[in-house]
Write a protein that binds this ligand. Structure first.
Ligand SMILES: *Cc1c(COP(=O)(O)O)cnc(C)c1O
Length: 395
């Protein structure tokens, strides 16, 4: 099981890795005059920024570190509150907590991302930022979220870890708010095993994120800077092998997303008339969703359980560390900071997730509740067979 990028590993990735190994220079910084130094990481940064239409991109060790360095770059301080959806991968919460801040959870809507109607009453004088999460490749309702953020002077960090290649009203996700964080782990659209990227249009935020990711250094694409460093940082650098694989995968991203959109639309057409469920809401009117999954929301919990069981899958509320109530360690932390949560704290989210099921299209991941469906290499016959299986399970 993996994301679509891993299904399409090929000679491009192998040759890129070989090239780096033959040079024998694996560190992201080096001398431009050293022919063995291939600066894959800085090339990935340049090309990803271009791909997203962002001024800056920074490569990191993971999506989690991308979130953390972004929060540090935005100047969030201990005790600051950050609004996040009650449905997201655990890393969104842990990054906030390790930045010293308090995650303030909010409901999702039928797009399975942050419900813009459930945010304003959660804003306090301590609220500093919102993290919309483009869950399951589907862009959030960014127009409404940005209006709320502007009105209350909040920073916006788009958790785009599951949505590389997706766009909202013509803009790539990650470039609409102040910063965007991406992951290159195996379950994402493209991957290098692990790895991450941060994008921003803001030079100050870029510099601060760069420093946070590497011991306070000023951005320096090739060589390690020696000199005054005004801020503290840690080490969340990417290495050249990872950069080489990530760069090869990036060349395939558009084709991956186009292929997934085509396969999902075939599947949707075949199952649309069955009744008893709807497809989740896709916020981008131009079809900018990455199409990594096909999410269905049944009319009743009973039907959702029956169908997912018959297919050997599960309803989304059972998908482990993606649902707030299933994250015992996060719940424990929130209780310690005086914000006790239990299942039932977010009734709208609980209701939607208990009736929803993820059908894999590109991301095949049992942990996400998407262990059943099709994949990026599925043939028309396989898509038809899956549709028939689904329809039979619905009867
Ligand atoms: C995968 C993911 C992350 C974390 O990315 P890693 O590369 O695994 O650290 C963060 N947020 C969301 C929504 C994710 O899906």
């Amino acid at each position: 099981m993996s994301g679509p990028g891993a299904y399409w590993y090929g000679k491009e990735e192998m040759e890129a890795v070989n090239e780096v190994m033959q040079g024998g220079y694996l560190f992201r910084y080096g001398s431009e005059s050293n022919p063995k130094f291939l600066h894959k990481v800085s090339t990935l940064e340049k090309e990803f920024a271009q791909y997203c239409g962002a001024n800056y991109a920074l490569a990191t060790s993971s999506g989690t570190s991308s979130l953390l360095v972004s929060l540090l770059a935005m100047g969030l301080k201990p005790g600051d509150e950050v609004i996040v959806p009650a449905y997201t991968f655990v890393a969104t919460y842990s990054a906030i907590i390790f930045a010293g801040c308090v995650p303030v959870l909010a409901e999702i809507d039928e797009s399975l991302s942050l419900d813009p109607e459930d945010i304003e009453h959660r804003i306090t004088p301590r609220t500093k930022a919102i993290i919309p999460v483009h869950m399951l490749g589907n862009p959030c309702n960014m127009d409404k979220l940005m209006v709320i953020a502007k009105k209350h002077n909040l920073l916006v960090l788009e958790d785009s870890c599951q949505a590389a290649g997706a766009s909202y009203k013509g803009k790539k996700v990650g470039t609409i708010g102040d910063m965007g964080a991406f992951s290159l782990n195996i379950f994402k659209t493209i991957n290098s095993g692990d790895g991450g990227l941060v994008v921003t249009n803001n030079e100050k935020l870029y510099e601060a994120a760069f420093g946070a990711h590497d011991q306070g250094h000023k951005p320096n694409r090739f060589g390690v800077e020696v000199g005054a460093r005004s801020i503290l940082g840690l080490n969340f650098r990417m290495n050249e092998i990872t950069g080489a694989v990530g760069l090869a995968q990036l060349q395939k991203l558009d084709k991956i997303v186009a292929t997934l959109r085509e396969k999902r639309s075939k599947l949707k057409k075949l199952i649309a008339g069955v009744g008893g469920f709807k497809f989740r809401v896709l916020n981008d009117p131009d079809g900018g969703d990455a199409a990594t999954l096909c999410t269905v929301i049944f009319d009743t919990r009973e039907q959702a359980v029956k169908v997912s069981k018959a297919l050997g899958s599960k309803t989304i509320d059972q998908s482990g560390w993606h649902v707030y109530a299933n994250m015992e360690h996060v719940m424990k932390h929130l209780e310690e900071v005086g914000q006790p949560h239990t299942k039932g704290s977010y009734p709208k989210t609980d209701d939607i997730l208990s009736r929803a099921m993820n059908i894999s299209v590109g991301v095949v991941d049992g942990g996400l509740g998407a262990g059943w469906g099709i994949n990026i290499n599925s043939t028309d016959a396989e898509i038809e067979a899956a549709a028939i299986q689904f329809i039979e399970a619905c009867r």
